[in-house]
Design a protein around this ligand. Structure first.
Ligand code: BES
Ligand code: ZN
Ligand code: ZN
Length: 508
C-alpha cells in the first residue's frame, strides 16, 4: 500500500545540451495583447521565431495549456513544450504558486517521458523551490489496483530545473524540502485513493507504521479493546457498527532540541456510509476519502521529521468505519466520550465530530502549544467555500498564522467565524451535547461542537486551537488542473508544514 515512486530533482545552469532530456518546457503567459513568451534559454533567433508563430500555433498561455513542438538544436531534447502559466502583467514576476502550477501541470501532462527540463523564469531560491515542488506534485499516478500497465504512462522520473540561481546550500536544501513535501502530499493522495476494501482502520494503522519506518517516530496504536477500556466512546460509538473495528493511532516526533509542541488531530473515517442515518447512493463512493484529515496529519508529521524541524509534533489519527448494522449506534443513542462528556447522537452521519472529539481530548492532555484538527467534516463546507477552499475556524492566534502559512504555501484556506448563537443549537434534551445543531452554517456548527472538547493548558486557559474543514478540497472529482490530479489532492499538508516553519522562525 502507498507505493509512490519519487521524482529526482536537480538543477542545471547555462547550457541545455549538457543534460539530454526528453522534453524542455518553457513558459508562455497570457498578456494583455496576446501570448507572451517568458524568459527562456533559447537563442534570440529561436525565441523571436517562436514569438512570431505563437498565435498561429494556437498558443494562448492559458494555465494548463501544454503545446508540444519538435525540439530545437540548442535544447538537447526531442520535444519543446510551451506551457501556459495564465495571466501575466508586464514587469511583474510570476507568483510562486503560478510557477508551482505551471511546472506541475506540465509535468503531469508529460507523463510517459522520463526526463523533463523545466526552463521557467526563476529569480531566486524560492522560485526554484516552487518549480521543484510543482514538479514533485505533478509527477503522480495511482495504479496499485490495475492488473496491467497497458496504456498507462509512468510519471516523469527526473525533473531538471534550468536556472541561473547559484547552486549553493540554500538551493540544495530547497530541493530537498520540495522532494519531501512532494513525497508527503503524494503519500496523502495515495492513502485517500485507496479503496475501502483495502484501507480500513486496522490496515490504516499498519500503513502509518510502515510509512514511519526509518524516521525517528514512535507510533502507538489503540485497538478496540484498549479504546473500550479507556473510554474512547466517540471512536467506539462510530466504529462499532462495522466488522472492521476502530483504531486510534498516535504518531509522535519528539526531537531533543524541540522549541515548540504541536498536536494535530485527523478524521480517519475509512468509509462513511452515514451509518443508520444512511447516505443516498449517488456519489457515496467518494466517502472513501473521509479519512483524508488523518492522512494529512500523519504525512505532515512525517514531513516535519524528514526535514528535522525542532518541534515536537504529534498526530492523532481517529480511525473508524461508519457502517449501518445491528451493532451500529442509533439516532438518540448517548455516548460517553473520552474525558467524560456525554453526547446524544441525533444523526449517525455526523460521525466525524464524534471521533474527533475523543482525539482532541486526548491531544489536550499533553498540553501542546496549539491543537490543529483537520477533517472532511461537513457538506456545508462545500456550500460555503466550494470545492477548492478549505475553511479554518478557532482561536485567532492559530487561524491567523494558518491563513498566512497557507498563502505562503500556495493553498486556498479561508477563515470563518464561530458565532456564539450557534452554541445553544447543539444543546441536547438528555445529554451534555447533541451531535447536530443549526443546519445553516453547518461547517461552523460542527466547529462549535469540536471546541467543547478542547482542553485547558497549564495556564488554565483553553489551549489555542484551530479546525480545518477540508471536505471539498481534499478530493477532486472533477478534471485535473495544475499539479492537482483526480481524486485525493493531499491538500493542507503544505500549509501545516509551512505553519510549523513559520512559528519556529518567529520564535527564533
Ligand atoms: N463525511 C461527511 C462530510 C462530507 C460531505 C465530506 C461531502 C466530503 C464531502 C460527514 O460525515 C457528514 O456526513 N456530515 C453531515 C453532517 C450533518 C448530518 C450534520 C453533512 O455534512 O451532511
Ligand atoms: Zn457522515
Ligand atoms: Zn464523514
Amino acid at each position: 500500500m502507498v507505493k509512490n515512486t519519487e521524482i529526482n530533482l536537480s538543477t542545471l545552469a547555462k547550457d541545455l545540451k549538457r543534460t539530454p532530456s526528453d522534453a524542455v518546457v518553457i513558459g508562455v503567459g497570457q498578456g494583455s495583447d496576446g501570448p507572451v513568451l517568458l524568459e527562456n534559454p533559447l537563442t534570440a533567433k529561436s525565441a523571436e521565431a517562436l514569438t512570431d508563430s505563437l498565435k498561429v500555433l494556437g498558443v494562448t498561455g492559458a494555465a494548463d495549456q501544454v503545446v508540444r513542438l519538435p525540439g530545437l538544436p540548442e535544447t538537447g531534447s526531442g520535444v519543446l513544450v510551451l506551457a501556459g502559466v495564465g495571466k501575466v502583467a508586464a514587469g511583474r514576476p510570476l507568483t510562486e504558486e503560478a510557477l508551482r502550477r505551471a511546472a506541475g501541470s506540465a509535468v503531469r501532462q508529460l507523463s510517459g517521458l522520463p526526463t523533463v527540463v523545466l526552463a521557467l523564469p526563476t529569480a531566486g531560491v524560492a522560485d526554484v523551490a516552487a518549480v521543484a515542488e510543482g514538479a514533485a506534485l505533478g509527477a503522480y499516478s495511482f495504479t496499485e489496483y490495475r492488473s496491467s500497465n497497458d496504456g498507462l504512462k509512468d510519471p516523469v522520473r527526473n525533473a531538471v530545473i534550468y536556472t541561473d540561481v547559484t547552486a549553493n546550500d540554500a538551493l540544495r536544501s530547497a530541493l530537498t524540502r520540495a522532494g519531501l513535501i512532494g513525497k508527503a502530499v503524494n503519500a496523502t493522495r495515495s492513502l485517500v485513493n485507496q479503496p475501502p476494501s483495502h484501507l480500513y482502520p486496522e490496515s490504516f494503522a499498519e500503513a502509518a507504521k510502515e510509512l514511519s519506518k526509518g524516521l525517528p517516530i514512535k507510533v502507538t496504536v489503540w485497538d478496540e479493546k484498549r479504546l473500550e477500556k479507556e473510554g474512547f466512546g466517540g471512536i467506539m460509538g462510530v466504529g462499532k457498527g462495522s466488522t472492521r473495528q476502530p483504531r486510534l493511532v498516535k504518531v509522535e516526533y519528539a526531537p531533543a532540541k524541540a522549541t515548540a509542541k504541536i498536536a494535530l488531530v485527523g478524521k480517519g473515517i475509512t468509509f462513511d456510509t452515514g451509518g443508520i442515518s444512511i447516505k443516498p447512493a449517488l456519489g457515496m463512493g467518494d466517502m472513501k476519502s473521509d479519512m483524508a484529515g488523518a492522512a494529512v496529519v500523519l504525512n505532515t508529521v512525517l514531513a516535519i521529521a524528514g526535514l528535522g524541524l525542532p518541534v515536537k509534533a504529534t498526530a492523532w489519527l481517529c480511525i473508524a468505519e461508519n457502517m449501518p448494522s445491528g451493532a451500529a449506534s442509533r439516532p438518540a443513542d448517548v455516548l460517553t466520550m473520552f474525558g467524560g462528556k456525554t453526547v446524544e447522537v441525533l444523526n449517525t452521519d455526523a460521525e466525524g465530530r464524534l471521533v474527533m472529539a475523543d482525539g482532541i481530548v486526548a491531544a489536550s492532555l499533553e498540553y501542546p502549544d496549539a491543537i490543529i484538527d483537520v477533517a472532511t467534516l461537513t457538506g456545508a463546507q462545500l456550500i460555503a467555500l466550494g470545492n477548492r477552499t478549505a475553511g479554518v475556524m478557532g482561536s485567532d492566534s492559530v487561524t491567523g498564522p494558518l491563513k498566512a502559512a497557507a498563502d505562503r504555501a500556495g493553498e486556498l484556506v479561508w477563515p470563518m467565524p464561530l458565532p456564539e448563537e450557534l452554541r445553544p443549537s447543539i444543546d441536547s434534551q438528555v445529554a451534555d451535547l447533541a451531535n447536530i445543531g443549526e443546519r445553516h452554517g453547518g461547517m461552523m456548527t460542527a466547529a462549535v461542537f469540536l471546541r467543547e472538547f478542547v482542553g485547558k493548558g497549564k495556564d488554565g486557559e483553553q489551549i489555542p486551537w484551530a479546525h480545518i474543514d477540508i471536505a471539498g478540497p481534499s478530493f477532486n472529482n472533477g478534471s485535473p488542473y495544475g499539479y492537482t490530479h483526480k481524486q485525493g489532492t493531499g491538500c493542507t499538508v503544505r500549509t501545516l508544514v509551512a505553519y510549523v516553519e513559520d512559528i519556529l522562525a518567529a520564535a527564533a
